[in-house]
Design a protein around this ligand. Sequence first.
Ligand code: 6PG
Length: 232
Amino acid sequence: RQQKRWHVYPTAEDFEIRVVRGILRMAREAIAVRGAFCIVLAGGKTPAPIYRRLAAARMEAEWSKWHVYWGDELCLPADDPARNSVIARRAWLDDSPIPAAQIHPIPAEFGPQGGAERYAEVVAGVDEFDLTLLGLGEDGHTASLFPGRDWGADPDSAEVLAVTDAPGACAERVSLSANRLSRSREVVFLATGFGKFSAVQRWRCGEPLPAAAITPACGVDICLTLDAFDFA
Ligand code: 6PG
């Protein structure tokens, strides 16, 4: 069962400032205790302003201890601007002091199966992620786990899923499974704007959306702007 903590911010700016502050605090704590910080990035448009603010926080973290992963990726050429890794690279990583060898995009250019197999070897090196960022689709999807599909929530399911029938523009994707995403010390969902309101309502009412299948031991934090949560 998923334990949820809701954090609602009045404006997009408040949301961005508080989320970035939280990420930097979690990084400091992880580095102090374990000497490294393993973060899983979300795709989509919502986190781009967060990534830009992380790029601007150059003096505020021990970047050489950061290790970066992704929750899902579209099977498009490696430099396609729609790819989650390219969005994060352009907004932040290309110009960051994080060593290139510690940035691990999903090799989805090899197709769903080839990408999933290769990435399974990469994430096998991490027992538990320190922080996983996730988005929320208007239909309640998260990463590339869509309603009505297999989300890999069983303990014995594959850790990285080859997705071949995603709805929308790009049917072929690679996604960490719900079970693998749940193996994180902290999970933070990011959702802004009224477009997310109905998915948030359904989630609050206990509907079994894909986002509800992410069940880390310490629960999930859901960071929202007010318009995504309630009528102002
Ligand atoms: C993806 C994302 C996906 C995303 C949601 C929300 O690549 O599809 O990882 O799960 O977070 O679709 O996307 P927006 O932030 O663009 O609304």
